[in-house]
Design a protein around this ligand. Structure first.
Ligand SMILES: Cc1cc2nc3c(=O)[nH]c(=O)nc-3n(C[C@H](O)[C@H](O)[C@H](O)COP(=O)(O)OP(=O)(O)OC[C@H]3O[C@@H](n4cnc5c(N)ncnc54)[C@H](O)[C@@H]3O)c2cc1C
Length: 390
């Protein structure tokens, strides 16, 4: 396969199989290593000042957001961590001044992307300074659930697992002495599996990034060895074209059957997301207020849900001073939660951070997502479907 096996000039809408020419990256990459190679190319050629990625920490359950400024260090960041539940958008806002003072190249899942867009609307992030390499995302598993599930369902010591992957609908682990895969459907029917907000997500291919990269649709001899890249912006086309011309990446046209399969898998995942919405939202019953009231009565008013929400954080100060909410009262008056839900009713991105980081395990994402999903339905007849759907 030649270095320029597909045309070097790309444009928005193009799709290619891409793979790295860097052997160190190839060894660690999830599939073709295109993501790491593109980020490395952008950093080496000063298209960005730094790269923000997720790196494996102590073990496979430890996903560490990492800012890289030396291109040589990028090879250690290749590979997908499905037990990483960090919202990278918040890291950009809180740790890197919303990319207002430096250009950052970064990987984004659908939730990261939607959160960045909401943060940009609130002037917390400068999207012009971001180069967004999207990764398709079928969902993440919380590290705590992953350890529990591997112990209980797989019958394996979670500390002996050195690799995990999601392939053909299975969550697969490799551990000392073997490997085992169980279908995600089976896991989830039994209460294991992906985070509940990920199950309900309808944004699997992040087409509002500059490039959308994944493994769906790579078939034939390149299966497992190439990344499927869809070009989503002029910025993405420019980066991909330059990386190919510069010899960092090789590409070829995707097999038409592969494109068809990718579309079908995406469609099946969207249907699954709809199924989980129906199932989860039905839990709210005919009198959602009773459930919301009961669950939020555990609230200790730590403000974690607000401070970690990429949408409602600006209301923190007004809630602290609100005449509707008595200071120091725990659990707070239900108005505390009502104000929050009202504030995010048309912009919750279903990232799940409120629920994930709630000290009292209140199913906050379920409530806010149900409200957002309902408001989408009411706006749809006038505005059409949102450009993305969370
Ligand atoms: C949680 C998750 C779920 C995915 N589900 C699907 C799927 O259902 N279908 C599909 O086609 N593709 C999916 N992907 C994308 C796929 O696994 C590869 O990331 C993609 O094909 C790029 O491969 P690569 O070899 O070019 O990437 P590499 O060169 O190996 O680079 C991977 C990059 O992803 C970053 N990364 C790792 N974990 C995370 C994380 N949790 N959040 C954000 N960035 C991360 C790494 O830092 C690295 O920069 C998923 C990825 C993740 C992270």
């Amino acid at each position: 396969m030649g270095l320029f096996s597909s045309k070097p000039e790309m444009k928005k809408g193009d799709m290619v199989y891409a793979w790295t020419n860097d052997q160190d990256i190839a060894k660690k990459a999830e599939c073709g290593g295109a993501v790491t190679t593109l980020l490395k190319y952008a950093l080496e050629n000063k298209m960005v000042d730094a790269v923000l990625v997720i790196k494996r920490g102590q073990d496979i359950y430890d996903a560490v957001p990492t800012l890289v400024t030396d291109p040589k260090d990028l090879k250690d960041t290749a590979g997908s961590l499905h037990c990483g539940t960090v919202l990278l958008a918040n890291v950009v806002k809180k740790r890197f001044n919303g990319a207002k003072t430096m250009k950052i190249g970064m990987t984004v899942k659908g939730c990261d992307l939607m959160a960045l867009q909401e943060l940009a609307k609130r002037k917390e992030v400068n999207l012009d300074n971001l180069l967004l390499i999207g990764v398709n995302c079928g969902g993440t598993v919380s590290p705590i659930m992953a350890r529990y599930m591997i112990t209980e369902k797989y019958g394996v010591n979670p500390d002996s697992v050195h690799k995990e992957e999601i392939d053909k609908g299975q969550f697969i682990i490799e551990y000392e002495g073997g490997h085992k895969g169980i279908s995600i459907d089976e896991l989830e029917e039994e209460g294991f599996g992906r985070r509940t907000n990920c199950r309900r997500c309808l944004y699997k291919v992040p087409r509002q990034a500059d490039l959308a990269c994944g493994n769906w649709g790579v078939i034939g001899e390149k299966a497992g060895k190439a990344t499927f890249v869809e070009v989503c912006s002029d910025k993405g086309a420019d980066l991909l074209s330059k990386a190919v011309k510069g010899g960092a990446l090789a590409t070829e046209a995707p097999i038409p059957k592969g494109i068809e399969i990718r579309g079908k898998v995406e469609g099946a995942m969207l249907k699954l997301g709809e199924k989980w919405r129906k199932k989860d939202f039905a839990r709210l019953g005919k009198d959602p207020w009773t459930m919301i009231n009961k669950e939020t009565s555990r609230c200790i008013k730590c403000y974690s849900c607000i401070e970690n929400c990429p949408v409602c954080f600006p209301v923190a100060e007004s809630l602290k001073k609100s005449y509707m909410i008595e200071p120091g009262q725990v659990p707070p008056n239900p108005m505390f939660h009502l104000r929050r839900f009202a504030h995010i009713s048309d912009s919750c991105v279903n990232c799940g951070q409120c629920e994930e980081l709630c000290a009292m395990d209140i199913p906050l994402a379920l409530f806010s997502h149900a409200i957002r999903a309902e408001s989408d339905v009411s706006f749809e007849p006038k505005l059409g479907k949102p450009a993305y759907s969370n």
